[in-house]
Design a protein around this ligand. Structure first.
Ligand code: 3PG
Length: 219
C-alpha cells in the first residue's frame, strides 16, 4: 500500500472516530446546511456526510466547509470519478460510496481524498481489503444481514473496520456499535426531513446529543 493511501486511511479513521455516529444528510435547501451542521456539532456529532443526490448538495458542502468549525464534512453517494472531483473541489474532507466499482476505486487511488467505500458481503469486503481499504461502509446494513452478519465477518476479516449504514436508527445503533469491528455507524435519522423543513435546529441538536452519547465497543 502506498504511503499516501496509509495516511488517508489514518485520517479517515480519525474522522470516523470523532463520534459514534456519522450524520448522513440529504439536503434540498443549501441555506439550511450551515445551521444544520452547527446544530449537529452542538449535540456532539462531528462528522457529516452530505449525499450527492440533490442539486443543493455541493453548495451545502461548500457552505459547511467555509462556515462551520469543528466538523469533518464529507460527500456521500460518490459513484464515479466526476463525483469525486466535484466533491473534493467543494471542500469535502472525505468521500463515501454505497458500493465500489473498479473504475471508482482507480479514481480514488489517483485522488488524495480519504475514502470510505461500501461493501455488503465477505467477497466485496475482501476485494476492498486487497486494495488497501481497511475501513469500509457496510451498506445497506439492516437489509444485508444486520449486526449478526457483521459480527460473523469479525472472525475472518478481523482487520477490517466497518461503518454500517442503512436502516440504522437510535433504537438499533447500539447493537452495531457493540461489535468489535464497528468503528462508528452512519444514519439519516439525525436530520429528519420535517425538522429540516421547519428549521428546527434545537430538535436536531437533541437527536444528535442522544446519538453522540451511544457507547462504542462497550466503552
Ligand atoms: C444512505 O446512503 O442512504 C444511508 O445509508 C442512509 O441510510 P438511512 O436513511 O437508512 O439511515
Amino acid at each position: 500500500m502506498s504511503a499516501t493511501m496509509l495516511q488517508r486511511q489514518r485520517t479517515l479513521e480519525t474522522i470516523l472516530r470523532l463520534a459514534p455516529v456519522v450524520a448522513v444528510v440529504t439536503i434540498d435547501d443549501a441555506r439550511h446546511a450551515a445551521p444544520l451542521a452547527r446544530a449537529l456539532v452542538a449535540g456532539g456529532i462531528r462528522a457529516i456526510e452530505i449525499t450527492l443526490r440533490t442539486p443543493a448538495a455541493l453548495d451545502a458542502i461548500r457552505r459547511i466547509a467555509a462556515e462551520v468549525e469543528d466538523v469533518a464534512i464529507g460527500a456521500g453517494t460518490v459513484l464515479g470519478a466526476d463525483d469525486l472531483r466535484v466533491a473534493e473541489d467543494a471542500g469535502a474532507k472525505f468521500g463515501v460510496s454505497p458500493g465500489a466499482s473498479p473504475t471508482l476505486l482507480d479514481a480514488v487511488e489517483k485522488s488524495t481524498l480519504p475514502f470510505l467505500p461500501g461493501a455488503s458481503s465477505a467477497s466485496e469486503a475482501m476485494t476492498l481489503r486487497e486494495r488497501g481499504f481497511k475501513l469500509q461502509k457496510f451498506f445497506p446494513a439492516a437489509q444485508a444481514g444486520g449486526a449478526d452478519y457483521l459480527r460473523a465477518l469479525a472472525g475472518p476479516l478481523a482487520d477490517v473496520g466497518f461503518c454500517p449504514t442503512g436502516g440504522i436508527r437510535a433504537a438499533n445503533a447500539a447493537a452495531y456499535l457493540a461489535l468489535p469491528n464497528v468503528v462508528c455507524v452512519g444514519g439519516s435519522w439525525l436530520s429528519p426531513p420535517e425538522m429540516l423543513r421547519a428549521a428546527d435546529w434545537p430538535a436536531i441538536t437533541a437527536l444528535a446529543r442522544v446519538a453522540a452519547a451511544l457507547p462504542r465497543n462497550g466503552r
